[in-house]
Design a protein around this ligand. Sequence first.
Ligand code: CAA
Length: 377
Amino acid sequence: MNDMQKEIVEGLKRFRLEKIEPHMEHDDFEGTFRMDIFNQLGELGFTGMSVSEEYGGLNLPCQDYSYALEEIAKSSVAYAVTISVSSMVQSIIDTFGNEQQKQKYLPELTSGQAIGAFALSESGAGSDAASLKTTAKKVEGGYILNGSKLWITSGGIAKTYVVMARTGAEGSKGVSAFIVEDGTKGFEYGKKERKMGWNISPTRELLFDNCFVPEENLLQQEGMGFKVAMSGLDKGRVAIGSISVGCAQRALDEAIKYSLERQQFKQAIFNFQGLQFMMADMACDVEASRLLVQAAAKSIDDGQSNQKLASMAKMRASDTAMSVTTDAVQILGGVGYTKEYPVERFMRDAKVLQIVEGTNQIQKVVISRMLKKEYES
Ligand code: CAA
């Protein structure tokens, strides 16, 4: 880490331990999202890390953004995810939006006054995103949206939604991307999901019933929506990888600390080689995942195509988060399974990291397609 990165991580560590950590057990149980925590992260600049200063962002390299998300995730995967999805929306508007769209939507997102959400998935279009059925029919001055979106992170608390809808024929080329604001007539929230983890971050259905969206809210041109969504996900997947590393690192920290204190058979359980080997493997997996995530982030900073690395980073780091949190619960034993220690929360929060922003099986599809291209060329 360079000096700047160390400074970011130190600042965030102080913030999370003082402002986030004390609420986690209660809020995870109650399913409470605190907008004031998000606003405070915004005041510190951490809700708009990637976007340029012109629109209120910090303009940080992706490698710094990755370390920052990792640090927040050590206390709360949920707040880190809220920031990462909102940042994906910002990156999409920053990359594909026109000047008017950037000026209108970016400042309140970068400052943390508003949250952004990304609406691609539908009940019949999860992994096969290009088969989405929500329609956007061209009318005078705009489009009429009809349909529904499912499993939307920050649904209901977000103010700015990037929604993919069909303006043309079947398949990826018939998809367009729109910015839809909370409160737009014909746009309502459906059921709120009850989940295994990510309890602080609401996941909700979005319903569009003859919802008029003005023409100026179309991103790029008709038919560009699938590419807009996929490029957003290229960066989003690196962010999910970063959060996974933070989740895994925290579980490893807890396991080591506990094993040094816990006495059985007249000694600290750390002394048993069976556990030492487990922790050595866990530490290796965390470090290897971090390096892969950083390599993917660097490729974005260097302006190189990163699809393969982004998928590798997301897949490897989230698999590590799942295995390391599971092993941490095992090392803590009986108390690890209770809410007395945070490892069970991190284990529950890890699972969906293997599913969101493309399941890890879809990441393998992306990686193998890229390998085929490389070897055929
Ligand atoms: N960047 C730019 N363009 C891209 C791209 C990328 N990363 N990936 C694909 N494209 C382009 C292709 O070049 C192609 O364009 P042309 O036709 O002009 O050549 C077009 O998009 C279609 O691509 P594919 O033929 O590869 O499309 P496909 O239907 O085979 O799907 C897929 C590919 C990788 C399986 C894709 O559907 C996918 O990623 N599925 C998973 C969906 C997903 O990740 N959902 C996440 C939901 S959001 C979420 O979880 C966020 C959250 O709230 C936490």
